[in-house]
Structure formats: structure tokens, C-alpha cells
Ligand binder design. Structure first.
Ligand code: SF4
Length: 426
């Protein structure tokens, strides 16, 4: 979502006549779009903001702005002012559409501008977007989150759930199809909540059904799903519509019921496993991935071991694993029995030691299969090979060609790695 916000910021400025600079030194405006979901991301930002002082000193006319969810946190604007006085604009998540007007004000001599008002003002339904890719496009469908998982800062900095009207989303996807985009990614902190604030209009399943009918779009993805809100009806809708990718990213966060309750996730492992089994039975070819946090406050060795067993039983294609990161202002930050960082790191390693062989084994089962791959471009590791993704979201490296970028091709899988597949173009 943060990446897509950057595309919107670029779109807003392009609509105002600005052009993207080749590098930081040439830029007359530098906008730092921040993320505060984990502490490490925030630490990077402080270092980056500090490094901009050199450019401001060399050229006092450049405009420096900081925006995004880190800036939206309580008292953060004051903190940024104190630590990085060279910033001209500090705005939160709810004011990014105002950036062009604030930049004009700073150029006119009015600096600094600070606007971190809360969620009382909605973003316009449609904003210009300068998209980074030509084949895959991200689209916001719902902003904010009402869930208040006890470790998470998002509801405080992104506000309550607000769905975009379906007609705005459908029009955007139709334009994308016309422009040649093959794949769309629907974005929301909890996409399954789509439409709950538009009673009688449309829910998430209804939106998928509508978007599935748009000609030209070949793949529909969405991110992120809350397992609690993912019901069998939604699985059935996806199962019957081949454009909706058979990839389920269902962040479980912990395999221990005690920790899930402390996290305020709203489901237990039995509920989750039942959903998983339904998906695996109805769509055996689908991939299932998850997110996991290790070292949550109160997680004992017994809780962790119990969780490991559960994760092993689930057999995920991929688990994205994270050390618990304390975010001040969240209930978990003040919980008792915080787990030492060294222990968190050990547990993360133990989790990966269990999960990685499972990911590898699942990928090995694909050797010899012919899969459809959307070609993304030259691979990062070698200019002789190309990279693309299957509808199950597996990365495939293969002997592609430049003229195939953007099209869906058949690739036979010849080798499997933990994180990707290797294949040959058919
Ligand atoms: S559902 Fe996701 S975004 Fe919302 S509070 Fe929980 S972890 Fe954060």
C-alpha cells in the first residue's frame, strides 16, 4: 500500500507538470514516503532524513517533504521538526493529495507546513497514478482498518475502514485493461472488509465477480486478507473464476491459541485449519502463504513449540516471518513478559528451519509441470534470464525474451529452489 501511495504521489505531481528526477542530487523536490509498521523501517527513515540535510545546505531552494504513516503517528510531527529541521513539509496519510498545493506554498516562501490531521477527511475517490510497471497494477479498494490487532500501529495511522465506491474501482480497472495491463492487485489492510461500510452496495466477493468480467484483465490478486473474514463462500467465488488467482495469502501470525488471543486476531488455530483444509480440498492446485510474528510478548517456549507444530502441520508454500517489533501506542507494547531480542532471533531461525524445507518440497513437486508465467522482465541475478510469476505467485526464472515481457507464456519447470522455480520456455 505504501508503494502504491508513492505511485499516487508521483501521479499527483506529474499532473501538476513535474517530472521524475534521474537521481537525488538533481531533484528539486524530495518526498520521503514513510512506513512505521516495524521499528527497522522507521530507523532507516531517520538516517535518510538526516542525510538530506547536506542537499538542503548546498541548495536551500530544494523542497523537502516527509509523508506517510510514520509522520501520522502521535507527536511524530514535533519529533521530526526537532530532529530534522530542514524538512519543509510534514504531512500524514490523510493529506497526501494536498502535496502539490503545499509544495506550491513552500516555493512561495511559506515553510514549514505541518498537516497531520486525523481521519476526519476522506481522500478523493480517484487520484492520478504514475504506475511503475506496465503489466501489473495496484489499486486501492479500501483504506484503513478496524481490527486493532494488539501489536499493530496501522489502525492508528490509517484510520477506520473506508471502501472506495465500486464504480470508481471498476472504472479504474477498465482503464487499466484498455492500457494493456494484464494483472491487477487489489489493495487494502483487510480486503475482506470491503463494502462493510457500504451496506447493500457490494461486498468483496461481489467486487471480485464484477472485476472478473472486465475483458483484457487476465489475473486478479488481492492483499491482504484477514483469515477471520475469509469464508467458504469467498473460496467458492474464487474457485469458479479462473482470472482470480489461486493464491491465498492468509496471515496466521501465530500457531498458538494463547498468542492469537493476546494478539486480538479474532480466530483460533482450529478455525484457521478448517479454512485451510477447505481451500486445499476445493482447490488443490492453489498456493497458500502466510505471515508469522515470533517473540510476541508472553510467548513462552511452550507456546512457541506448540506454534511450530501447527505451522508444520499447515504446510504453507511460503511463510513470511518477522521478529515481533514493539510499536509504541499499541497494547502489546506495554504487555508483560516481552521476549528478549536474542531469543526472538533464535525462534525465527527455528521457524525457518521448519518452514524452508516444506517450501522446497512443495516447489519440488512442480518439477516437470508446465505452468503459465506472466513475464516481468530480465531477472535480477543474470541478464541472460527472465523472471515472471505463476498465477500461484511463484517466481520463475527462465530463458525468456524481451518481446515476451508483459505476456503470459508456458514454462516447463526443471528445478526447484526454496524461494523460486527454474524452468524453460515452451
Ligand atoms: S488486520 Fe492487519 S492492518 Fe489491521 S490491525 Fe490487524 S495486522 Fe494491523
Amino acid at each position: 500500500m505504501n508503494e502504491h501511495d508513492s505511485e499516487i504521489i508521483a501521479g499527483l505531481l506529474e499532473a501538476d507538470g513535474y517530472k521524475l528526477a534521474e537521481n537525488l542530487e538533481d531533484a528539486q523536490i524530495i518526498i520521503t514516503n514513510t512506513c512505521c509498521v516495524r521499528e527497522s523501517a522507521e530507523n532507516h527513515i531517520w538516517g535518510f532524513l538526516g542525510s538530506l540535510k547536506r542537499l538542503k545546505t548546498a541548495n536551500p531552494n530544494i523542497v523537502l517533504a516527509v509523508c506517510g504513516c510514520m509522520a501520522q503517528q502521535d507527536n511524530m510531527a514535533e519529533k521530526i521538526r526537532a530532529k530534522a529541521k530542514h524538512m519543509d513539509i510534514i504531512i500524514g496519510t490523510f493529506q497526501q493529495h494536498r502535496l502539490p498545493e503545499y509544495i506550491a506554498e513552500v516555493i512561495g516562501g511559506n515553510t514549514p507546513i505541518i498537516d497531520v490531521m486525523g481521519a476526519n477527511e476522506d481522500l478523493p475517490n480517484t487520484l492520478p497514478v504514475a504506475r511503475q510497471g506496465k503489466n501489473k497494477a495496484q489499486i486501492n479498494i479500501i483504506y484503513g482498518c478496524n481490527n486493532y490487532c494488539s501489536y499493530c500501529i496501522v489502525p492508528y495511522v490509517r484510520g477506520p475502514e473506508r471502501s472506495r465506491p465500486p464504480e470508481a474501482i471498476i472504472a479504474e480497472v477498465e482503464d487499466l485493461a484498455e492500457a494493456g495491463y494484464k494483472e491487477i492487485m487489489l489493495l487494502g489492510q483487510n480486503v475482506n472488509s470491503y463494502g462493510k461500510d457500504l451496506p447493500g452496495v457490494m461486498d468483496f466477493a461481489g467486487l471480485l465477480v464484477c472485476l472478473n468480467q472486465i475483458k483484457g484483465i487476465e489475473r486478479i490478486r488481492y492483499m491482504t486478507s484477514h483469515p477471520r473474514d475469509f469464508d467458504r463462500k469467498l473460496v467458492d467465488v474464487i474457485k469458479d473464476r479462473p482470472k482470480i488467482c489461486p493464491h491465498f495469502h492468509l496471515p496466521i501470525q501465530s500457531g498458538s491459541d494463547k498468542i492469537l488471543t493476546l494478539m486480538n486476531r479474532g480466530y483460533d488455530t482450529a478455525f484457521y485449519y478448517d479454512l485451510l483444509q477447505y481451500i486445499k480440498t476445493e482447490m488443490p492446485h492453489a498456493s497458500i502463504t502466510t505471515d508469522l510474528i515470533v517473540g510476541f510478548p508472553g510467548e513462552t517456549e511452550k507456546d512457541f513449540a506448540e506454534g511450530l507444530n501447527f505451522i508444520e502441520k499447515c504446510r504453507f508454500d511460503v511463510a513470511y516471518t518477522f521478529l515481533y517489533s514493539k510499536r509504541s501506542g499499541t497494547p502489546a507494547a506495554t504487555m508483560e513478559n516481552q521476549v528478549e531480542m536474542a531469543e526472538r532471533k533464535l525462534r525465527l531461525q527455528r521457524l525457518m528451519d521448519i518452514q524452508n524445507p516444506i517450501s522446497l518440497q512443495i516447489n519440488k513437486n512442480l518439477i516437470g509441470k508446465n505452468l503459465k508465467v506472466l513475464v516481468e522482465g530480465v531477472s535480477k541475478t543474470s541478464s541472460d534470464t527472465y523472471t515472471g510469476r505463476t498465477d500461484t505467485n511463484k517466481v520463475v526464472i527462465f530463458n525468456g525474451r524481451e518481446d515476451l515481457v508483459g505476456s503470459i507464456v508456458d514454462v516447463q519447470i526443471t528445478q526447484a529452489k526454496t524461494w523460486h522455480l527454474i524452468g524453460k520456455l515452451l
